[in-house]
Design a protein around this ligand. Structure first.
Ligand SMILES: Nc1ncnc2c1ncn2[C@@H]1O[C@H](COP(=O)(O)OP(=O)(O)OP(=O)(O)O)[C@@H](O)[C@H]1O
Ligand SMILES: [Mg+2]
Length: 170
């Protein structure tokens, strides 16, 4: 696990963009954090980094938006998904193991569909913007965690380098 601070929305987006340059078909990114923590902002950057040209908006009411980039980007927001309802009804398993990258806001609602491998990013309000905690689960999750850490570190900011267990950044 490593952490990075995003000083403003552009910083959150920039971090997402860096990750968007690293994702591959079948990757799953789970974005947790309170209302307004920056999940959609991060996804906007991720989509751009994955080559999506069109604007990314919140799928809060539609639950899913699909974008075409260098790979498909599937953006789920499960906030309004009724607890207890099976996300499989959204076709979620097919997306998760499909040909694109799947990004999920409010991933606690995935329940038994939570994949074995994913990159989890928890966004929190911080005095200087937002604190993002990045944790990879499973083999591909660990690879993405490390690759994202390197990319964020290489992108560097005057605030300092990205460190494990707490640091500053974009
Ligand atoms: N690092 C940051 N510092 C300050 N503001 C930020 C930062 N990142 C994002 N924001 C702002 O926070 C607000 C909420 O962002 P966003 O809609 O992405 O949150 P969300 O987690 O998707 O919310 P929801 O839970 O409603 O889906 C936006 O106005 C966005 O510009
Ligand atoms: Mg959102």
């Amino acid at each position: 696990m490593w952490e990075v601070t995003a000083g403003d929305a552009a910083g959150t987006e920039r971090l997402g963009e860096l990750l968007g340059g690293l994702v591959r078909p079948g990757d799953v990114i789970l974005l947790s954090g309170d209302l307004g923590a920056g999940k959609t902002t991060f996804t906007r950057g991720l989509a751009r980094g994955a080559g999506v040209a069109e604007p990314v908006t919140s799928p809060t009411f539609t639950l899913l938006h699909e974008y075409a980039g260098r790979l498909p980007v599937y953006h789920f927001d499960l906030y309004r998904w009724p607890p207890g309802e099976d996300p499989a009804e959204l076709g979620l398993p097919e997306y998760l193991y499909g040909d694109g990258v799947t990004v999920v806001e409010w991933p606690a609602l995935l329940g038994r569909w939570t994949p074995e491998a994913y990159l989890g990013i928890d966004l929190r309000f911080a005095p200087a913007g937002r604190l993002l905690a990045v944790r990879g689960v499973g083999e591909r999750g660990s690879i993405l965690e490390e690759a994202f850490r390197e990319a964020a570190g290489a992108a560097g900011t005057p605030a300092g380098t990205v460190r494990r267990g707490g640091g500053a950044g974009c």
